[in-house]
Ligand binder design. Structure first.
Ligand code: KMH
Ligand code: ZN
Length: 274
């Protein structure tokens, strides 16, 4: 029976701790949340780090300490965000790789992001791709828009396969200014994937979250959940913890005969040494 990789994105860079006090922003909170998510069926954690004032940061020491703590206290695949926040300069985003995570996000193009712009010019994508391969970090290609699927094709055609030999991508649907969180948009993206893609996941921001999760399972994809993407569990009911989002994803996956994948199976899926 094929299983499901559940990725948890617990924090993100957009939500303020003052607005959502249960957002895991300290290292202790992040590790506790990671352990609970692993127990609930997550295989991979997508990490954005916060500073002592709970603001997004790409501070190298904090990134390295976070990777070390998650490795020591969980079995999860550790993926650092190279997207950071829309305010982070490209050089600092490239330097994230120096913390030597198992995996990193790599967004395949510039996109409108609410009122802001999430900058990912082609030369930056190439630098990130090349540095990740040099440091043996496995990229996960983030796809916010249909054109980015074609940019992924261009990347693989131009530079060859990433470290590990697998190509895993993740659709992020529903960011204001990019692809909507609708099933037709997801299907269009999946149909455009290059043949080198070995696995894909998807997440829907906001009210499209559950339809995207159900369609993803039906289409053979993997799931991403977490408070980076969703702060509402159901209409009028805020999310209490990342673990409850993982638990719900795991229940859906089990019902669809695609039970959650262990972190070691996730490593095999992604081409990360076990
Ligand atoms: N915070 C967004 C601007 C990623 O992690 O690579 C970018 C983002 C994507 O979240
Ligand atoms: Zn992110």
């Amino acid at each position: 029976m094929p299983s499901t990789l559940i990725t948890v994105a617990p924090t993100g860079a957009e939500t303020a701790k003052a607005d959502v006090p249960n957002l895991p922003t300290t290292l202790d909170e992040l590790v506790a949340e990671a352990k609970a998510c692993e127990a609930a069926g997550a295989g991979l954690i997508h990490v954005h780090v916060r500073d002592a004032e709970h603001r997004p940061t790409l501070d190298p020491a904090r990134l390295a300490a976070t990777v070390a703590a998650l490795r020591e206290q969980t079995g999860l695949v550790v993926q650092l965000s190279t997207g950071g926040s829309v305010h982070d300069p490209l050089e600092r985003r490239l330097a994230v790789l120096d913390a030597r995570p198992d995996s990193c996000s790599l967004t395949c193009g510039t996109t409108n992001f609410g009122d802001d712009v999430f900058l990912n010019p082609w030369p930056f994508m190439v630098d990130l791709y090349t540095k990740a391969r040099e440091l043996h970090v496995v990229p996960e290609f983030e796809l916010f828009d249909l054109g980015q699927v074609h940019a992924l094709r261009r990347l693989v055609d131009t530079l060859g396969l990433p470290w590990g030999g697998k190509v895993h991508c993740d659709f992020v649907l529903g960011v204001p200014g990019a692809m909507p969180a609708t099933v037709p948009a997801l299907v269009a993206g999946v149909q455009a994937l290059p043949p080198e893609v070995t696995s894909w996941s998807a997440t829907g921001i906001g009210r499209g979250h559950l339809p995207i999760a159900a369609a993803t399972l039906a289409l053979g994809g993997h799931l991403r959940v977490g408070m980076e993407d969703n702060l509402t569990y159901a209409k009028g009911r805020p999310v209490r913890s990342n673990a409850e989002l993982v638990e719900r994803a795991a229940r859906l996956a089990v019902e669809m005969q695609r039970p959650p994948m262990s972190p070691d199976d996730a490593r095999r899926l992604l081409g990360i040494l076990v």
